[in-house]
Design a protein around this ligand. Sequence first.
Ligand SMILES: Cc1ncc(COP(=O)(O)O)c(C=O)c1O
Length: 388
Amino acid sequence: MSRSAHRVETFGTTIFTEINALAQEHQALNLGQGKPDFDTPPAILAVFAQALQAGNLNQYAPGPGTVSLRQAVADHAARFYQLSIDPARGVIVTSGATEGIFAAILGLVDPGDEVIVIEPFYDSYVPNILMANATPVFVPLHPPTWTFDPAELRAAFSSRTRLLILNTPHNPTGRVFSPQELSLIADLCQEHDVIVLADEVYEHLTFGQTRYTPIATLPGMFERTITVSSAGKVFSATGWKIGWVYGPPDLVDAAGRAHQFITFAVHHPTQEAVAYALNQPDSFYQEFKAMYERKLDLLSAALEGTGLQYQRPEGTYFIMADFSALSNQTPMEFTRHLISKIGVACIPPETFYSAQHAHIGAKYVRFSFCKHDETLLQVKERLSQLQR
Ligand SMILES: Cc1ncc(COP(=O)(O)O)c(C=O)c1O
C-alpha cells in the first residue's frame, strides 16, 4: 500500500532526472535540462563571495527579501518596462521562480477554482494547481507556429476561472506572444475578472526584432497581474534559486502570506549578489542577448540538413524540433535513440502536456542551447550522423 498522500500520488519523477542519468551513462552531450554548462559572470560571483564573508549576512534574511534586492527588482521593472513598483509592499523574494509560482497559486486560488494553463507548460504549474485543490483548464498552442486558437482560449474561461498562467517568452516552444495575442488575453481576463500570473523568467532572452512586453504594462492589467521572475536564466545562476514576485500590493501580499510559511526567507548572501547583478548596465543585458543569439545560430546550424524541422524561436534558450521526417517513434523512444546512438540528449515533451493534449507534442523533442559554443559545435558533428 502506498504511504504517500493522495495529493502527490499522481506526480511522477521529473523527466530531467531520467534524462540526466541516461545522458551520463552514454556520455551524451546534454541539451536536455535548461541549465547552462558555463558559469555565472565573474563580477557577480565576486560580489557573492564578498557577501558570504562580510560577517553579517549569514543569518536569516528578512522574510520578504532584503531591502537591496527588493529595491533592485523595482528599479529593474522601472528601467525596462516603465512599471512603478513599491519595493516595500509590491515585491517579495522567493526560492527561485518555482517558489514564487507556488506561493502565488496558494495565496490567490481557492479550492474548486479553475486556473487556465497554456500548453505545453512548465512542469510545476499543474502539480501546484492540484496541491491548491484547484482545477487546471488547458489551452493548447498549435504547431508548427505554436499559436493558440482564440476560440479555444475564450471557451476556457468560466465563472470559476480565478487565474491564468502566462509564460512568455515561452518554454518550451520559444514563442514570445505578440501584442495582439496579449491584448486578447488581457481583454478576456478583464471581462471575466481573472488574475494573470505572468512567468517572465526568460524576459531578457529574445532574438532579432522580437521585443518582450510584460502583460502587466497593458492598459488595465497592472492591477490584475502578479509577475514572477528569477536570477537563474539571466545571470546563468540556476543553482542559486533566487526569484521574486512583483505586482500590486494586495496580490503580492497574498503570495507573501503563503511564502512566509513555505520558506519564510531565502538564501541571504545570494540576494546581495542578485541585487548587484540586476543593476548591471544596459551593455550587460545586450551582451547576454548577443551571446544567446550566437548560440541559437550554432544549434540551428547543427539541426540544418538533419531532417529535424523547427521554427526559429523568438525567445528562450529552447528549440522544439519535429522528428517525424526521421522516425515514427514516440518522443521518449526517439530521445533514447538520440542519446544512445548519436550521443546527444534532448527532452521528450510529455511532461509539458496534459493527457488530453499529449498527442500535439507527439512528434517533438526539445533541445536547449544554454551550452558552451564548443558543445554546440560538437552537437553539430554528432547530429550529422542522423539519416533522413
Ligand atoms: C518557464 C519557467 N518558469 C519557471 C522556471 C523556474 O525558475 P527557477 O529556477 O528560478 O525556479 C523555469 C526554469 O526552467 C522555467 O522554464
